[in-house]
Design a binder for this molecule. Structure first.
Ligand code: PLP
Length: 426
């Protein structure tokens, strides 16, 4: 037994499934989780001293690579000043101003501690503003683990093949209506059925929790139009796409203004952070300025703000950052697709910006039903081959590959070679 295997054997005794978040388990790919000891730049090292090129990036936050020296320095400085005050700080003002200056649709923003909290709170704000209860979401999209959102969710829930979660009372999901991603008619049909009852449509503007699924041309614009026509709010869940597809996220990339936006991951630079924000007339309803209650002991934590501010400023101060990263990623993902073609396989590589996924099915993959046709046993074989060759991928078919700016063209080229070797063996 190596150290990771020993740690896992101990972990399952005291932590459910041996992990603190289901996506970290390697069960669906028939492996034991690697226990990570440290990470730097594009690499992570496990407790057995094995080093991996990391395509997970802590599930999104580490867009600059691990332990960027500037982020680390600012975090250490903040730590010296105090870990938490439970009182207002200058960094929170700076963070709010920075987000509002970067993302045009955001006039006011509230910091929370996770993407789950951000979504839960944005939905409460939308319900408070409209006086309506129903929410439209899309099958295969994941919006965190709050009760109302665990309906046909993507991510770990999808991998486990569980459409809902035990412990969620039917009453909590009765107002959650599910439409088909990329199918405006399915959204229209819900609006027709529940006239005047829909508070908001929430969507991942690029779905990244059923594997990466791109919005078809006109889909997001169509949602904007339907929301306008029906007096409902449009919520973009940019927990993954925010500050990743472009500095102003998917909304900047596709040039669409949602009413509310949720963030997480990159905005915290690796610390536990989320945020929600948008139109002032909606956000003003949040307590203490309005009647929609939402709070948090550690919200706006000074160390987390220092990490997030450092990362966001680095992204903002490098004008060519996204062009370079997205170009590098395009070359890589196109290389994967080309290798698949050359091997005579029908498999599909969906990608946009620094996000991508391979589906072991003959495509296209444009929604949850199509994503589910991927051969997950084949994914398991691919995953095992890659990790044995030093490539750390998300241990699930239904997650994204996250590229970071720390990865060199050389490293991506080597990854392609390993992928080609995998294809040659099949
Ligand atoms: N929304 C999206 C799109 C996500 O991908 C995630 C997590 O992966 C969440 C919300 C929940 O965020 P967190 O895990 O920080 O609670």
């Amino acid at each position: 037994m190596n150290k990771s295997e020993m740690l896992f054997a101990e972990a399952v005794e005291h932590i459910p499934g041996g992990v603190n978040s289901p996506v970290r388990a390697f069960g669906s790919v028939g492996e034991t989780p690697r226990f990570i000891a440290s990470a730097k730049g594009a690499y992570m090292t496990d407790t057995d001293g094995q080093t991996y090129l990391d395509f997970v990036g802590s599930w999104g936050p580490m867009i600059l690579g691990h332990n960027h020296p500037k982020v680390l320095a600012d975090v250490l400085e903040a730590c010296r000043e105090g870990l938490s005050f439970g009182a207002a700080t200058e960094r929170e003002v700076e963070m709010a101003e920075l987000i509002c200056s970067i993302v045009p649709s955001i006039e006011m923003v509230r910091m929370v501690n996770s993407g789950t909290e951000a979504v839960m709170s944005a939905i409460r704000a939308a319900r408070g503003f409209t006086g309506r209860n129903k929410i439209i979401k899309f099958a295969g999209c994941y919006h965190g683990h709050s009760d109302a959102m665990l309906v046909k969710a993507g991510s770990g829930v999808m991998t486990a093949g569980i459409p809902d979660s035990a412990g969620v009372p039917a009453g909590c999901t009765q107002d959650t209506l599910t439409a088909v991603y990329n199918d405006l008619d399915s959204v229209q049909a819900i609006f027709d059925q529940f006239k005047g009852e829909v508070a908001a449509v929430i969507v991942e503007p690029v779905a990244a929790n059923m594997g990466v699924v791109l919005p078809k041309k006109g889909f997001l614009q169509g949602l904007r139009r339907l929301c306008n026509e029906n007096g409902s709010l449009l919520i973009f869940d940019e927990v993954i796409t925010g500050f990743r597809l472009s500095l102003s996220g998917a909304q900047g990339y596709f040039d669409i203004e949602p009413d509310l936006t949720t963030f997480g991951k990159i905005i915290g630079g690796g610390m536990p952070v989320g945020a929600y924000g948008g139109r002032k007339d909606v956000m003003k309803l949040i307590a203490p300025s309005g009647p929609v209650y939402q709070a948090g002991t550690l919200s706006g934590n000074p160390v987390a703000m220092a990490a997030g501010l450092a990362q966001l400023k680095l992204l903002q101060e490098t004008p060519e950052f996204y062009e370079e990263l997205n170009h590098k990623a395009d070359v890589f993902f196109e290389g994967m697709q080309e290798a698949v073609r050359a091997a005579g396989k029908p498999w599909v590589v969906n990608h946009i910006g620094s996000l991508g996924s391979i589906f072991f099915t003959d495509g296209p993959v444009t929604n949850y039903a199509e994503a589910k046709t991927s051969d997950t046993a084949k994914f398991g074989e691919y995953f095992s081959y890659m990790i044995q060759n030093g490539i750390y991928l998300a241990p699930s078919q239904f997650e994204a590959m996250f590229l970071s700016a720390a990865m060199t063209e050389d490293e991506l080229e080597k990854t392609l070679d390993i992928f080609k070797a995998y294809l040659g063996q099949r």
